[in-house]
Design a protein around this ligand. Structure first.
Ligand code: PEP
Ligand code: MN
Length: 347
């Protein structure tokens, strides 16, 4: 309460809180009175307490998200991705590599990229069929034909597929073909799309918005969870800062920050963070060391001809270096290889 608040002002606040079933604890100091509220936080929101006479400020001390918060779910979660007979874990005990081309360009390119990914230790295949491009003149992806290629390559390699959906109207089609739905940085705050993927019955990979705070990112995850889908994996992919040397600034600290406040797994995309292949392996090492639950990395059989994000795609010796890091470093921080924990039957 403001220093000049009267006893009537305090009583009026207490009465409003009690009217909606809450409890109000009044603590009187020499200059100021503080009122602590206990009860259903959403019902307090509607009271507009800030508008009452004598109220100086209102501070929320509990997390604004519930379903994704560790306050109500202290154990960190594992999300399982893939068909009933081949589920890959993403969670606190294992380390999961997702790799593949930025965009699906052809059957051959996607198949070759999948083999490269698997050889490097990946257990899940990434590949964009619907591409959210900054320019409307850039390659927009193969659409449904790309989804069919991904499904074929899953059949040929046994790798479950992660692919992006950019439009709520496409969610049922994408969910029919893919094992995990990706929501990209540009759509993190597309609340209709978040609700649609929340109802799709498939795990979701939710990338951090390029200008989103950790709290906004977790609120976006809450939209998905609120529609009944708690199988959400968060992905840090870099944020916009004043630094032009990298495409985005990888916010490596967001990984332990998220893990301390949310039970959801969090992985890192060093490819889209850096935009340059020479930085991908160093950032991947940093992500593993900081405790990320996995990585998602762009690979391409011919980066120089890639229709999307060629400069960041790994191949050859760069990819071998990534494979070595992924083989050695997770063990050093106490994580098992996800491949060894694939769940062969439904749980
Ligand atoms: C992608 O993973 O293909 C992609 C477009 O990433 P982001 O949304 O992080 O830019
Ligand atoms: Mn890309």
């Amino acid at each position: 309460m403001a220093p000049g608040a009267t006893d009537e002002d305090v009583a009026a606040v207490v009465a409003r809180v009690e009217e909606v079933g809450g409890e109000a604890f009044v603590s009187r100091g020499l200059v100021r009175t503080i009122i602590g509220l206990v009860g259903d936080i959403d019902s307090f929101h509607h009271l507009n307490l800030r508008t009452l006479p004598g109220v100086a400020d209102v501070h929320r001390i509990s997390d604004p998200y519930k379903l994704v918060s560790r306050q109500h779910h202290p154990e960190r979660s594992t999300v399982w991705v893939g068909p009933q007979d081949h589920q890959v874990p993403i969670g606190p005990d294992t380390f999961t590599l997702i790799a593949g081309p930025c965009a699906v360009e052809s059957h051959e390119q996607t198949y070759e990229a999948a083999i490269m990914a698997r050889t490097a230790g990946a257990t899940l295949l990434r590949g964009g069929a619907f591409k959210p491009r900054t320019s409307p003149y850039a390659f927009q992806g193969l659409g449904v034909a790309g989804l069919e290629i991904l499904a074929d390559v899953r059949g040929a390699t046994g790798m479950p597929v992660v692919t992006e959906v950019v439009d709520a109207r496409d969610v049922p089609t994408v969910a029919e073909h893919a094992d995990m739905l990706q929501v990209g940085t540009r759509n993190m705050a597309n609340f209709g799309l978040l609700q649609a993927v929340g109802e799709a019955g498939k795990p979701v990979l939710l990338k951090r918005g390029m200008t989103a705070t950790v709290e906004e990112w977790l609120m976006a995850a809450e939209y998905i969870a609120q529609r009944g889908n708690l199988d959400v994996v968060l992905c840090e992919r870099g944020i916009r800062t004043f630094e032009p040397a990298t495409r985005n600034t990888l916010d490596i600290s967001s990984v332990p920050v998220v893990q301390s406040t949310s039970h959801l797994p969090v992985i890192v995309d060093p490819s889209h963070a850096a935009g340059r292949k020479d930085l991908v392996v160093p950032l991947a090492r940093a992500a593993i060391a900081v405790g990320a639950d996995g990585l998602i990395v762009d690979v391409h059989p011919q980066p120089e001809t890639a229709l999307c994000d060629g400069p960041q795609a790994l191949a050859g010796s760069d990819l071998r270096e990534l494979a070595q890091a992924v083989r050695r470093l997770p063990r050093a921080v106490g994580r098992a290889d996800a491949a060894a924990h694939v769940r062969p039957t439904s749980a």
